[in-house]
Design a protein around this ligand. Sequence first.
Ligand SMILES: Cc1cc2nc3c(=O)[nH]c(=O)nc-3n(C[C@H](O)[C@H](O)[C@H](O)COP(=O)(O)O)c2cc1C
Length: 160
Amino acid sequence: MKAIVVYFSLEGHTQYIAEEIAKNLKADTLSLKTAKAYPKGKLARMFWCGKSAVFGEKPKLAPYEFDASKYDVVILGTPIWAGSHAAPISTFLEKNNIGGHKVAIYACSASGDAQKCFEQLKNKFEEVIATVSLINPNKQTYAEDISKVEAFCKAIQERI
Ligand SMILES: Cc1cc2nc3c(=O)[nH]c(=O)nc-3n(C[C@H](O)[C@H](O)[C@H](O)COP(=O)(O)O)c2cc1C
């Protein structure tokens, strides 16, 4: 089974989990970056990133290489922004047709509530084989998250 984790991470939590999933599944990773960086300040980020998610913006991405035909499964990773997925994920999905692919999705948030995000994304794909929601995961919290990540990876392996 060949998998790729395609993710956007503003503050590192989603990236941390991407790396753990990649280790577990021997998967490739693709870290999406916006062509123009989001602002650094907390309030400015809340405003600009929140607005981009609410209005379904598709910010230009920095160049990347992605060939869906190389993979059995595409794992999407996103932080929750205003209840939804991060705007750069919208850009990626618009540019890359992975609708017919097997897809798994994980989301990182402050609250653990990723329901709306999962529902929105599930409509875009033929088959979502696994989802998992994590609360601001990082090295310190990983002891609590590891069982969730392992179950997510196992579900993916079983459904390929
Ligand atoms: C603009 C913005 C909006 C956010 N909205 C939510 C939200 O609606 N619900 C929530 O639980 N967390 C929300 N968060 C918190 C992030 O989802 C959370 O901290 C996540 O782990 C960040 O992942 P990252 O470090 O990979 O960027 C928001 C963060 C930002 C920057």
